[in-house]
Write a protein that binds this ligand. Structure first.
Ligand SMILES: Cc1cc2nc3c(=O)[nH]c(=O)nc-3n(C[C@H](O)[C@H](O)[C@H](O)COP(=O)(O)OP(=O)(O)OC[C@H]3O[C@@H](n4cnc5c(N)ncnc54)[C@H](O)[C@@H]3O)c2cc1C
Length: 338
């Protein structure tokens, strides 16, 4: 495994900010992963794991070994309860995985089409889109314990998934390297069409009973319209999570802001729209130097060219302070900041 010193990270994350890593290496096998972790220990450097870099923000140069997890391989791993088990190594591109499953006639991931990044990072924030979350299809994960060096297997239940949340962001933060995910997929189409923007798109296409591939195409089309392509405009998708508040807090917000949207969950708590809150505070299309808020999607912070991670973070802080002061709601960041 090649280890590079003082390596630029600009091309390795979708925000495209200038930052350098003290050391960088790409692990394609389990042995290389172990060697990378050992090298970090030897050199007294923390090891920062990287997949596709689509959910990170580097605010400065990293005095760390950045280890890109690039394990490859996709296989049918069996059947359970009439469903197919598909195992993907951590470095497999998420959208390539969705496409390949569809090609093999295995369904359940269509709504998650077009999400950038790797299979290995997908469980970290329990990726979700268009009314579906990864947790609904995830069967188990395999991971390398960074302390003991042992391989561990966690069932979906043990991953303690929540909205953009998992055990990997909490109790097991920075403890495991996810090496593979196993998904449980259906051989019969299981259309999930309750999300309004998706329904509207399908309706506009005249598809009352869409096939899974048509759902994928509709999702990709909506995403292409709503989200900036990181190749053209640096971004990490949603910069803020949708806040989940108590019913009382939502009622109070509604008194001040009768138009505030909210989706009650089964536990009685209400999911707010972070995009609406940001927009309400006047930040859609805002710009501070090259750090900006996307003109069409207030949830997405963008790098117009030479914004640094610090500048993007400062804009994020300004927005959070304004939303808290004006609307009394605390926003949390979605990307991991290093
Ligand atoms: C345009 C755009 C649209 C997006 N849309 C969505 C969306 O609709 N829904 C959604 O949920 N997300 C979305 N995202 C966010 C992002 O794509 C996902 O969070 C994705 O899962 C990140 O994968 P990655 O491989 O790029 O992770 P990275 O950004 O490389 O890493 C993210 C975090 O996971 C850790 N990590 C990475 N790999 C591993 C591993 N193998 N083991 C342990 N930890 C690891 C990293 O250390 C880091 O803390 C979007 C991003 C962009 C740029």
């Amino acid at each position: 495994m090649q280890v590079l010193e003082d390596h630029p990270l600009k091309a390795l994350h979708t925000f495209g900010c200038e930052a350098r890593a003290r050391l960088f290496a790409e692990a394609r096998t389990l042995d290389e992963l172990r060697a990378g972790l050992a090298l970090g220990r030897e050199r007294g450097l923390p090891v920062v794991l990287l997949g596709g870099g689509s959910n990170v923000l580097f605010q400065a140069d990293l005095e760390a070994l950045v280890l890109k997890v690039a394990l490859d391989g996709l296989e049918l791993a069996g059947e359970e309860g009439g469903q197919a088990l598909v195992r993907a190594a951590a470095g497999v591109g998420w959208d390539a995985l969705v496409e390949e499953c569809l090609r093999r006639g295995l369904f359940g991931l269509e709504n998650l089409s077009g999400i950038p990044g790797t299979a290995g990072a997908a469980p970290v924030q329990n990726i979700g889109a268009y009314g579906v979350e990864l947790s609904e299809s995830l069967h188990a994960i395999e991971a390398l314990d960074r302390e003991s060096g042992e391989l561990r297997r966690l069932t979906a239940r043990e991953c303690r998934f929540g909205y953009r949340d998992s055990i990997f962001k909490r109790e097991l933060l920075d403890r495991l390297v996810l090496c593979a995910v196993t998904l449980r997929l259906s051989r019969a189409p299981v259309p999930r069409l309750e999300y309004a923007a998706l329904r509207d798109e399908l309706q506009a296409r005249g598809l009352a009973r869409p096939a899974p591939r048509e759902v994928r195409e509709a999702v990709l089309a909506v995403r292409a319209r709503k989200l900036p392509d990181p190749i053209e405009l640096g971004n990490a998708g949603s910069f803020f999570q949708n806040p989940v508040v108590s019913a009382e807090a939502f009622a109070a917000l509604r008194v001040a802001e009768p138009g505030a949207p909210g989706h009650p969950g089964p536990d009685g708590r209400v999911k707010l729209s972070a995009a609406w809150l940001v927009e309400r505070c006047g930040f859609r299309g805002a710009r501070r130097g090259d750090a900006g808020v996307h003109h069409a999607q207030a949830l997405v912070l963008v790098n117009h060219g030479r914004a640094s991670g610090r500048e993007l973070l400062a804009l994020g802080d300004e927005i959070r302070a304004a939303v808290l002061a004006r609307l009394g709601v605390r926003l949390e960041l979605e990307p991991r900041v290093y």
